[in-house]
Design a protein around this ligand. Structure first.
Ligand code: PEP
Ligand code: MG
Length: 742
């Protein structure tokens, strides 16, 4: 280990000498070698070190100690530490520390042992002592999987269980139990402890707050409140919003048929299907191509982190519940089946076998990380039930937060999912998504390609009833909750066909020549579509489009108010406003349609007309815009794009370089750039409320579901954040934590 960790020699080059010797002696385990064998091995290892490094293996303990200390400090800058920091947003400049402690030996005979334990189950959070150990072994051996570890106690014991520490060394076990209880009471959190027994005497090597799945984190936090160890605030602060989605994701549909392939340990819950790959690099490459993969390894090591991150799930043949794969997968919230001894992996042939069954690279398998089962093929999943401890802690979350949480949803289904996750309204309904639906895209294209107003009106009349149906569905799904509907935003050519075949079909249905149609589509081409004829600019050029949309919104609302007595307050939102005059002109037309529609239905309802703030000029002139706008919603996707002058669609090409060189601490499209974009948001809020005190302000860019950005929104005094349905609970938790941190 010293040769590998301190002197940088590839581990295999040293391990193979041990393997060879065991083979020569006809034994399986290192503990079966004699003292003379080990002496011989030491000689061979020293010679190998000399051969590979050109220097002698150091015999001086002082020199060894400094070597080890240096290796720990240097490890801060190795690739896996850098990757880990990147994944966990830990700044590079923090640095690390080194503890020096005397060695105790768990490998001096059968009255010695070493093990790792958790004071509660790190996978489920159940309150029982959980761990593994090996007799006559040293620390690293337990995680490296050289022998199958034995359970620490007899909880869940079965006939074929290996003898436990409780069985073999009952007094030491009792002592360990007392110590773990004391540690947990002291730290008021679940501990991950490492211990060694040297000639019958127990030594604690280390204790730290244990990594756990989100499911376990929730259960432990709720249980600890009930046990009086912590209060509700602390329980809420202990959850990591970024990891909450572990429990929000689908599980295997219990009704779905399945073919069981093998069973390993339920190392990290959740379910995932994907094509099999056998290396971390392949997993990363496949994920970049948008493929869902399962990383299958004999065991994983820190070198595999990038592939584990890219994979949908992880399957290992070796290793226990405390193996590298299990611990890392739980931390990442990835489903993982570990120690699946039935599978025989052949890296050369790129396949694994279970008995006679062969599974090759690319074939799809499904993992259930909650049961440890591995299935052939893809199995459908179902939504998780958000009850029990999750429901309980989310109730506490809602007691502490001030920010409201809405959702971005364009369909009744998404609206319902979001409501079940606790959404308090829709913050952004993007109407363009509705335009793409099969039954209407033709009418949309006719509308766009019409050369005159009459042609456009004819096509819009076809779209109107379909849009109305969309809004009926969404209003019904959201019942009395507020719904913000954004009028058409993207450049029109996004809706046009690209292939000759589709163009011919369209030309035929429109009764025009292909050449004429091509000319018309070419005329819509733009060099910078994101800065082109889109957003409210469309509404200014073609008011009839927005008029149709507003009519559809109001007809749907009036119908539901009249027929079902629902309390609906539509919030109509105009995108990409840069100048108050744009909003002034459009607002007048919107009001006219609203009033006309309400009169036709004989219904009076409240409605709001507001705007997105997604251009720097809008933020800079927010006081003027607020004279017209009844609410603001920050579109931080476009605001980031236009503040940085950085294309949303092209940034990917150089973003990594920017992250690597530290120009960006984080991708500004993921986590809000507080200094720049954030300053505009703050200015927009302040100026807007100067003109219109109490102006309702929200955010609906992707940042609305990202914990650090939610915290910023809380501080900036926004009324709500709006995010995709699955991120609603994350935003709720982040909002509560922001309030508590204050
Ligand atoms: C935005 O720009 O942040 C926004 C929500 O609008 P879209 O992403 O649809 O441009
Ligand atoms: Mg936008």
């Amino acid at each position: 280990m010293y040769g590998n960790v301190v002197m940088g020699i590839e581990g295999e080059k040293l391990e193979e000498l041990l393997e060879r010797l065991k083979e020569a002696r006809g034994v399986q385990l290192d503990t079966e070698l004699s003292a003379a064998d080990l002496k011989e091995l030491v000689g061979q290892l020293k010679a190998r070190v000399k051969e590979l490094t050109g220097s002698e293996f150091p015999d001086d303990p002082q020199q060894q100690l400094w070597g080890a200390i240096g290796a720990v400090f240097s490890s801060w800058n190795n690739q896996r530490a850098i990757t880990y920091r990147k994944l966990n947003n830990i700044p590079d400049h923090w640095g690390t520390a080194v503890n020096v402690q005397a060695m105790v030996f768990g490998n001096m005979g059968d009255d010695c042992a070493t093990g790792v334990a958790f004071t509660r189950d790190p996978s489920t959070g159940e309150n029982y002592f959980f761990g593994e150990f090996l007799v006559n072994a040293q620390g690293e051996d337990v995680v490296a999987g050289i022998r199958t570890p034995q359970p620490i106690n007899n909880i869940g014991k079965t006939d074929d269980s290996l003898p436990s520490l409780e069985d073999i060394m009952p007094e030491v076990y009792q002592q360990l139990v007392e110590v773990y209880k004391k540690l947990e009471r002291h730290y008021r959190d679940m501990q991950d402890i490492e211990f060694t027994i040297e000639k019958g005497k127990l030594w604690l090597l280390q204790t730290r707050t244990g990594k756990r799945t989100t499911k376990a984190a929730i259960k432990i936090a709720v249980d600890m409140v009930k046990e009086g160890l912590i209060d509700k605030k602390e329980a809420v602060l202990r959850l990591d919003p970024g990891q909450l989605d572990q429990v929000l994701h689908p599980m295997l549909d219990p009704q779905a048929p399945r073919t069981l392939l093998a069973k390993g340990l339920p190392a990290s819950p959740g379910a995932a299907s994907g094509g099999v790959v056998f290396s971390a690099d392949e997993a990363e490459a496949a994920a970049e191509n948008g493929q869902q993969v399962i990383l299958v390894r004999i065991e994983t090591s820190p070198e595999d982190i990038h592939g584990m991150h890219a994979a949908a799930g992880i399957l290992t043949a070796r290793g226990g519940m405390t193996s590298h794969a299990a611990v890392v997968a739980r931390g990442m919230g990835k489903c993982c089946v570990a120690g699946c001894g039935e599978i025989a992996i052949d890296y050369e042939q790129q396949l694994f076998k279970v008995g006679d069954q062969v599974v090759r690279k690319g074939e799809v398998i499904t993992l259930d990380g909650s049961t440890g089962e591995v299935f052939l093929g893809k199995i459908p999943t179902i939504e998780p039930a958000l009850t029990g401890e999750f429901g309980e802690i989310m109730q506490w979350v809602d007691e502490f937060r001030r920010l409201k949480v809405r959702t971005n949803a364009d369909t009744p289904h998404d609206s319902t999912v979001a409501r079940n996750f606790g959404a308090e309204g829709i913050g952004l309904c993007r109407t363009e998504h509705m335009f793409f639906e099969e039954d209407r895209i033709m009418a949309v294209r006719e509308m766009i390609l019409a050369t005159d107003l009459e042609g456009r009106r004819k096509a819009l009349a076809k779209i109107l009833p379909m849009q109305k149906k969309d809004f009926l569905g969404i209003f019904t799904a959201m019942k009395d909750l507020p719904v913000t509907i954004r009028l058409l935003d993207p450049p029109l050519h996004e809706f046009l066909p690209h292939t000759d075949e589709e163009l011919s079909e369209l030309a035929e249905s429109m009764g025009v020549s292909l050449a004429a149609l091509k000319e018309r589509t070419a005329s819509l081409h733009e060099f910078n579509p994101m800065l082109g004829h889109r957003g409210c600019r469309l509404g200014i050029s073609y008011p009839e489009i927005y008029e149709m949309q507003v009519q559809a919104i109001m007809e749907a609302a009036c119908e539901l108010v009249k027929e079902q007595g629902l309390n609906i307050i539509p919030e109509i939102m105009v995108p990409l406003v840069a100048d108050v005059k744009e909003l002034q002109i459009l607002k007048e037309k919107i009001i006219a349609v609203c009033e006309r529609t309400m009169a036709a239905y004989g219904v009076k309802l409240e409605y709001l007309i507001g705007t997105m703030i997604e251009l720097p000029r809008a933020a800079l002139t927010a006081d003027k815009i607020a004279a017209e706008a009844e609410f603001f919603s920050f579109g931080t996707n476009d605001l980031t794009q236009t503040t940085y002058g950085l294309s949303r669609d092209d940034a990917g090409k150089f973003l990594n370089t920017y992250l690597e060189q530290g120009i960006f601490a984080r991708d500004p499209f993921v986590s809000i750039d507080i200094d720049g974009v954030g300053a505009l948001v703050e200015m927009g809020v302040t100026k807007g409320r100067q003109t219109r005190p109490g102006l309702k302000v929200g955010i609906c860019g992707e940042h609305g579901g990202e914990p650090a950005s939610v915290e910023f929104c809380h501080r900036a005094g926004l009324d709500y954040v709006s995010c995709s349905p699955y991120r609603v609970p994350i935003a709720r938790l982040a909002a509560a934590q922001a309030a508590l941190k204050e």
